[in-house]
Design a protein around this ligand. Structure first.
Ligand SMILES: C[S@@+](CC[C@H](N)C(=O)[O-])C[C@H]1O[C@@H](n2cnc3c(N)ncnc32)[C@H](O)[C@@H]1O
Length: 527
């Protein structure tokens, strides 16, 4: 770092004696920054490069507040907010987040999409995709697909498909040493070399998945030029149909350093990029811990110079997907295991479909006897049971469009026709709305997390002050009188109730005779 930074080095080194900066980003799928400012328990100071990002006081434990459990904000290191902002996602975009776990930037992208378009979010680590999937659910994201795949395999399924791609690349992590001292201990010289190879491969796959005119944002949290400017210079040399787009000047970021693409700053002279490509890296951005309030990051915006693809709304995307389906290429995402019905359900009557039409009697008479295992529920019946549930528990305002996808007894609504996911390791094919259990449709926690009170026929607002909300989050049964329930369209108070703090949903409960039976899942509870 001394060689790289020269005169600036003492300031850089001194920055490691300062405490790190803590930040939160408001989840605009749930609440606007203006509304959050009225109820915030923290002192908020804006992050210059992210309209929804704020510095908060260090040591406040933002993960221990009920608003965190309501998905109102994501705890994010402020400089890590820059890459997804640089991608400039708009509602209707088709976005891929290739190295996404645990989901900081994916939740940011999903908030920018506002439920329109598609987010495919992926990580190669199976373990880390679990945290990614949970975060998508907690933050109320309806239009995301979570994959656990290699970029090369995703390329086979989505050539030229996305108009925005984020690569928050695996890197040697030099910018995280203040935040996490273990990363400094684990650093080895060969980390840079190993990561450089991975980054090159990921960038190559990403280029193949980008639609003409689209944008790739490449970011790392390291200072090593081999992983930053050198990757971009090499990419531009191999892909002359891309250019670097400068970051907004008002963000106050430092410029990239083309002068570091030679010894003594880099190990050896590289002959894999042209001078013109190297010069363009001056328009990339660097976040330095001694220059901005945040840790270290590198950000490059790479635009394909072809004719731009228009942002599309969900209907157009679905229509285009329909056009692409070949009759003979259709396969379900995974063979469907019929749900077991130990307690046979009443025949499914009628319910609202996503088009608002009723499907009277659909699925009736299709169940098969299966010996001691009881009665099997087929896909059609599970779908009908969901529609019946929606008809009896959700209001007309509830937005529940999507392709139904069946994984075992679970039902998801997907923003994509599932034929695209054939053969891919899919952690979540869409929004998990519920499953069949003991002959009934049981609504899922992610359904509740993405609904607003006016979308549920029954809702209740718990108070923060007397600890009621925390008791719900701990899994307790609560006493709630009937007059506190908000029942729409003359619905009866008995049944599923969407529980929230104020206007912000937490999960499901079942109300009967003044008792609110807690349905908040064990794995989500406040401990
Ligand atoms: C910097 S972290 C991502 C942080 C994430 N974007 C966020 O904002 O929460 C890099 C991620 O890349 C993943 N990764 C490593 N190699 C990968 C590969 N070849 N393809 C996809 N993901 C990869 C790692 O498992 C790790 O989760």
């Amino acid at each position: 770092m001394q060689t790289l930074l020269g005169e600036e080095y003492p300031d850089f080194a001194a920055s490691y004696d300062h405490p790190r900066y803590a930040g939160i980003r408001i989840n605009t799928l749930k609440i606007s920054p203006e509304a959050f400012a009225k109820l915030t328990p923290f002192e908020l100071k804006p992050v210059p490069w992210c309209e929804t990002g704020y510095y908060i006081e260090e040591g406040r434990k933002p993960g221990k507040h009920p608003y965190y459990h309501a998905g109102l904000y994501y705890i994010q290191e402020p400089s890590a907010m820059a890459p997804a902002e640089a991608l400039d996602v708009q509602p209707g975009d088709r976005v891929l987040d290739l190295c996404a776990a645990p989901g900081g930037k994916s939740t940011q992208i999903a908030a920018r999409l506002q439920g329109q378009g598609v987010l495919v979010t992926n990580d190669v680590s199976e373990l880390r995709t679990k945290a990614l999937a949970k975060n998508m659910e907690l933050y109320g994201v309806k239009n995301a697909i979570v994959l656990n795949e290699s970029p090369e395999r995703i390329l086979q399924a989505f050539p030229g498909y996305f108009n925005k791609i984020l690569i928050d690349a695996p890197c040697s992590g030099e910018g995280m040493f203040r935040k996490d001292e273990d990363m400094a201990r684990q650093w080895e010289k060969h980390s840079v070399e190993v990561c450089s190879v991975m980054q090159r491969d990921i960038l190559k796959s990403a280029a193949g998945m980008l639609a003409p005119g689209g944008t790739i944002v490449y970011s790392t949290c390291t200072f090593a030029p081999e992983e930053d400017e050198a990757q971009i210079a090499e990419f531009l040399t191999r892909h002359p149909d891309f250019e670097v787009v400068p970051l907004p000047a008002e963000w106050g970021l430092a410029k990239g350093r083309p002068d570091w693409l030679h010894p003594p700053y880099m190990n050896e002279e590289q002959d894999v990029y042209t001078d013109e490509a190297a010069a363009q890296t001056g328009d990339t951005g660097r976040l330095w811990p001694h220059r901005i309030k945040g840790e270290g990051h590198f950000v490059a915006v790479l635009r394909h110079t072809g004719q731009p693809v228009q942002a599309q709304n969900a209907d157009q995307i679905q229509a285009q997907d329909q056009d692409l389906i070949q009759e003979d290429s259709w396969l379900p995402v995974k063979p469907v295991e019929p749900a077991k019905l130990s307690n046979p359900a009443k025949p499914v009557q009628s319910g609202k479909s996503k088009t608002g039409k009723t499907d009277k009697g659909k699925g009736r008479g299709k169940r098969q006897e299966s010996g001691a295992a009881g009665v099997m529920l087929n896909q059609e019946e599970l779908l009908a049971a969901w529609r019946q549930f929606a008809g009896q528990n959700l209001s007309d305002k509830a937005g529940t469009a999507g392709y139904p996808v069946f994984f075992g007894t679970n039902l998801y609504l997907s923003p994509l026709d599932p034929y695209r996911l054939n053969g891919l390791k899919t952690v979540r094919p869409g929004w998990y709305v519920g499953s069949a259990k003991n002959g009934r449709f049981v609504p899922g926690q992610p359904l509740a997390a993405a609904l607003r009170p006016e979308e549920s026929l029954r809702s209740v607002r718990l108070s923060l002050e007397d600890g009621e909300a925390v008791r719900y989050l701990k899994g307790e049964t609560l006493q709630v009188s009937e007059d506190r329930l908000n029942c729409l369209n003359d619905s009866q108070p008995k049944g599923y109730v969407l529980v929230g703090i104020g206007d912000y949903s937490l999960g499901w409960a079942k109300w009967q005779d003044g008792m609110l039976k807690n349905e908040y899942p064990a794995g989500w509870r406040w401990t």
